[in-house]
Write a protein that binds this ligand. Structure first.
Ligand SMILES: [Zn+2]
Length: 485
């Protein structure tokens, strides 16, 4: 008889806070600069140097905690987590242990149209370690020696620890996706898994389906894309199942995931908390936030993705456009700026052009939405001409492209292009009659019921008027004139 197993997953997500400076010193957190250029006695762990807590990091951690429905603790304490590794100059990491900043939150995820609530045990603040650069090989195995870059040491992180409420790879992925979009939207994290600004550790155990006692878990590290979250879980599930099926026992350990082979290998036997000899950091006072300070921090609490979604759907944007806007922060900022000056132009029309043509035009341009010369004011000015029927959709596209290139406003572009679209029937009728006279065969086809041939005549009229004829009016006049033939 074969046993079926249920997987029990808890996730630990490390998210880098988007502060300009490090957690306990004034060094820059800027990514990608020359090695060991953002360092000082504090983040190098020099004897006698003293840490000073970054206020902005605390504010961001509080906002993240609130966004994830946690109770923000009035008093939290920084502790030393002691371990030796070359990327950790002090020989300990400053983290929060017994008294973290946030407790008891939750995050609702949607999988197969079902909403499921995942508990969040705690969120604590901590500093990051440096980075080892293995020489002569991509990994420590096979390398000749390793160098240390401490630019990242002491960068502020929050660690978000979930309850073991997750039951499938799909749920794990949905959880990290929701988390990512929330942290990005509230502006505390840039959500870049590949660059390591979000890192996921998967705690996974198996138990026979229908039972409630937890099995022995392993922690899988080095999972740095959505795809690898799912693959690492599938691989670790299969490995543990094989052990259990053979009557063996799973050993509690930390395992490394390898994306190339889609397997995990043992890194070390899992430490217990006491192995780290945690104790409160004597260099840092407990972090105490008064009610007033908390109120201050939360006074400008940002809109959450669900609230934005709700507001956008109220503006009759489509589901798929909402997804695009939530994912692309710069595009959304541009769209929001347009809404502020929208006047008579409906939000739906703005969205259609922002997500569609404007996005396509800006895709390969370095300035992008952030600093395009087609500013929200100018762009909405042009759209107003379209909505009023002064220009056609085709003219809109042409003028928008010119606006991106020149930064001219709508009125100037319209004058340069030779004026508004022709929506005066008395101007259009002679042109249409000329086109019909030149194409008697097409007229015959239309009369015999092939109405799609009218599009050809339409094209000819547009050619004659250099794209300025009002399309609806042209269609109407063509139909009227042909009916009299
Ligand atoms: Zn420093």
């Amino acid at each position: 008889m074969t046993t079926t197993y249920e997987m029990v997953i808890g996730l630990e997500v490390h998210a880098q806070l988007k502060t300009k400076t490090k957690l306990f010193c004034g060094c820059s957190t800027h990514f990608g600069d020359a090695v060991n250029t953002h360092v000082c006695p504090v983040c190098l762990g020099m004897p006698g140097s003293l840490p000073v807590l970054n206020k902005r990091a605390v504010e961001m951690a509080v906002i993240a905690g609130k966004a994830l429905n946690c109770d923000i603790q009035e008093t939290s304490v920084f502790a030393r987590k002691n371990y030796f590794y070359p990327d950790l100059p002090k020989g300990y990491q400053i983290s929060q242990f017994e008294l973290p900043l946030c407790l008891g939150g939750h995050l609702d995820i949607v999988v197969d149209d079902q909403i499921k609530r995942i508990g969040i045990t705690r969120i604590h603040m901590e500093e990051d370690a440096g980075k080892l650069l293995h020489q002569g090989s991509g990994a420590i195995a096979g390398s000749t020696h390793s160098l240390v870059d401490l630019n990242r040491a002491c960068t502020p992180l929050i660690e978000i620890v979930s309850e073991p409420d997750i039951r499938s790879a799909a749920e794990a992925r949905a959880y990290v996706e929701s988390l990512r979009i929330i942290l990005r939207t509230i502006g505390v994290n840039d959500g870049n898994l590949e660059e390591g600004s979000m890192r996921v550790d998967v705690n996974l155990s198996l138990r026979p389906s229908g039972t409630s006692k937890f099995g022995t878990r392993t922690e899988v590290k080095n999972v740095n894309s959505f795809r690898s979250i799912e693959r690492a879980i599938a691989s670790e599930f299969a490995r543990q199942k094989e052990i259990l099926d053979a009557g063996g026992v799973v050993i509690q350990q930390t395992r490394n995931y390898h994306d190339d082979t889609q397997t995990t290998t043992a890194l070390r036997d899992k430490e217990e908390a006491h192995d780290y000899r945690y104790f409160p950091d004597p260099d840092l006072l407990p972090l105490v936030l008064s009610k007033l300070q908390l109120q201050d921090i939360l006074a400008n609490f940002p809109e959450l993705p669900e609230q934005i979604r709700h507001r956008y759907l109220g503006l009759v944007l489509t589901d798929s456009d909402v997804v695009v806007l939530l994912e692309d922060m710069t595009m959304r900022a541009y769209f929001e700026a347009c809404l502020k000056v929208s006047g008579v132009v409906p939000a739906k029309e703005i969205c259609k052009w922002v997500v569609g043509d404007l996005n396509a035009f800006l895709k390969d341009r370095p300035e992008g939405f952030a600093s395009t010369m087609a500013t929200p004011e100018k762009f909405v000015g042009l759209l107003a001409l379209l909505v009023a029927g002064t220009i056609s959709g085709k003219m809109m596209k042409d003028l928008l492209q010119k606006m991106i290139e020149t930064g001219q406003n709508a009125d100037v572009l319209l004058t340069q292009s030779g004026g508004a679209q022709v929506s005066d029937a008395s101007e259009l009728i002679p042109v249409i009659e000329k086109v019909l006279a030149a194409n008697p065969d097409v007229v015959e086809k239309i009369k015999s019921g092939k109405s799609q041939s009218a599009e050809f005549l339409m094209g000819q009229v547009m050619k004659e008027t250099r794209g300025k004829a009002k399309p609806d009016l042209v269609r109407q006049i063509i139909a009227e004139v042909i009916s009299k033939y």
